[in-house]
Design a binder for this molecule. Structure first.
Ligand code: ATP
Ligand code: MN
Length: 478
């Protein structure tokens, strides 16, 4: 038997009248004659033609939707419409039966909610096949972008003992018997007796450790899972998500913005090129979905157009203060259409405000800089005005915040003062402060939420649909 060939290769084949072996899962079986076979290498199926008159009826009965089969036959130029090549089957072997009465994935449209409950099988649908191939391409492109620029991929720890950043939003890591935790004399949980000899948690960000790497390797990036126990049941938040966090020595906030914008454009262009069929499929899917909406709620651009648009336009850069002025004067604010009205300088922007700026006002991706220090983290570099910090957030249409970053405070005294002001224990972060003591330098970095990027590129509406097995409040199935 000739070696198995993947369907994406077969479909591009110019050489016909050759023997081939193809394996995959049946997507449809029409007229006891035409099998649509898919193996996940592309969202296109190969057509297998079965000579049913000369095939054992018992075998034909086992060619059902979802069954795994192996086909040996001849690749020929297709007679029918819709495909250039097809395989005339000589032998069909059933590798795994699939009971059509019980198989949850039927050849019809399933709701995304139903498929979420069947996440173990949803890879077998066109939509999820496309999403996870795009996700794969994007993660490869992220590495390629940084590797081409000499960044070092640094693995920061998943388990950390510093709770400096995500106070209260972390998952604890312990091997205590929870019904029987050792106590101190004063009745508190005695973490000294726990595995790490102290309280530990799952990381919310690799940034602080990333900075340590950058202070010697110049440019590093992390790309790993992060965990947040925030009880936000939104379409933009997961309890476990992947984050890309570059950290660059000798880089200021402008370098930081330039890198983030270049990264986003690079990976989007890469996916558009590499996953043409998948993105075309997802574009059509979105058009169909939007037909259900009233005309005025449909997007002006198709998914592909939106991605192209993002590549060919500079992101709009403005300060938080300028954004507040725009929002204050905006129609939804004046007509009290915002759920949270923008009254003055200093308040945090809600997702509805971010989306107004991006989708209605500028109609393109926006980078907001120089936020009030009160609403940003302690490590962000303090501006000379004494009120703002050198933060930068990138806001995307349909998503809101996709990147959060800043130039870091490299001046020891200013950093320590800020930590004192907001009550962050300096002794716990002695190692972080050491980088400011020993050869500190201006540096910058950002965090890109990987699933939010995948959301944008696939045009999906719910973050639970762009990670294989989503973790969110009250759900850790699979
Ligand atoms: P948001 O305000 O949307 O909750 P954040 O300010 O908490 O975001 P950061 O702490 O700056 O976000 O994290 C960096 C990036 O990680 C964000 O820009 C976003 O893309 C992503 N991100 C943050 N929280 C989540 C989450 N719970 N699920 C998925 N992605 C997230
Ligand atoms: Mn958050």
């Amino acid at each position: 038997m000739s070696q198995r060939i993947k369907i994406n290769t077969l479909l591009q084949s110019t050489q016909t009248d050759v023997d081939v072996t193809v394996k995959g899962w049946v997507r449809a079986f029409r007229q006891n004659r035409f099998i649509a076979l898919n193996d996940g290498s592309t969202n296109n199926n190969i057509q297998i033609v079965v000579d049913f008159e000369n095939t054992d009826p018992a075998l034909l009965k086992r060619i059902t939707v979802g069954a795994a089969i192996s086909v040996f036959g001849k690749l020929i130029a297709s007679q029918g419409k819709g495909q250039t090549v097809e395989v005339i089957a000589e032998t069909v072997e059933i590798l795994g039966d699939c009971d059509p009465e019980k198989y949850p994935i039927q050849p019809k449209k399933h709701s995304l909610e139903f498929l979420r409950e069947n996440a173990h099988l949803r890879f077998r649908t066109n939509t999820f096949g496309a999403i996870f191939r795009v996700r794969n391409t994007l993660s490869f492109a992220v590495h390629q972008f940084f590797q081409e620029r000499g960044f070092v991929y640094l693995h920061t720890p998943i388990i950390t003992a510093s709770d400096a950043e995500g106070a209260g939003e972390t998952f604890h890591v312990t091997n205590f018997d929870l019904a029987n935790t050792p106590r101190t004399e004063t009745g508190e949980v005695d973490y000294k007796q726990d595995f790490f000899g102290r309280a530990a948690n799952l990381t919310v960000s690799g940034q602080l450790e990333g900075e340590l790497g950058a202070m010697a390797l110049s440019d590093i990036y992390t790309f790993g899972p992060t965990f947040r126990a925030e009880n936000s049941n939104t379409t933009r938040h997961l309890a476990e998500f992947w984050m890309i966090e570059p950290e660059m020595a000798f880089a200021d906030i402008t370098d930081n913005m330039d890198t983030a914008e270049a990264l986003l454009k690079y990976v989007i262009a890469y996916a558009l090129d590499k996953n043409k069929d998948d993105i075309e499929f997802l574009t059509q899917r979105l058009l169909e979905e939007e037909k259900q909406k009233p005309q005025n709620e449909r997007s002006e651009m198709s998914l592909t157009e939106k991605l192209q648009f993002c590549l060919s336009n500079d992101f709009e850069r403005l300060t938080y203060t300028e954004a507040i002025d725009i929002l204050k004067e905006s129609t939804p604010n004046k007509k009290k259409k915002f759920q949270y009205l923008v009254e003055g300088w200093g308040t945090d922007l809600q997702s509805e405000h971010e989306r107004y700026l991006v989708e209605k006002h500028f109609k393109k991706p926006v980078i907001l800089t120089d936020y009030p220090k009160e609403i940003k983290s302690f490590y962000m570099r303090q501006n000379d005005d004494g009120k703002t910090v050198a933060a930068m957030d990138i806001l995307f249409p349909g998503i809101g915040e996709i990147v959060g970053g800043s130039q870091r405070e490299e001046r020891l005294e200013k950093l320590e003062n800020r930590m004192d002001e907001i009550g962050i224990p300096k002794d716990e972060l002695w190692w972080y402060l050491d980088t400011r003591r020993y050869g500190g330098c201006p540096h910058s970095g950002f965090g890109l939420g990987f699933e939010r990027l995948v959301l944008f590129v696939t045009g999906m509406g719910n973050i639970r649909d762009v990670i294989p097995f989503p973790r969110f409040p009250k759900n850790a199935e699979f």
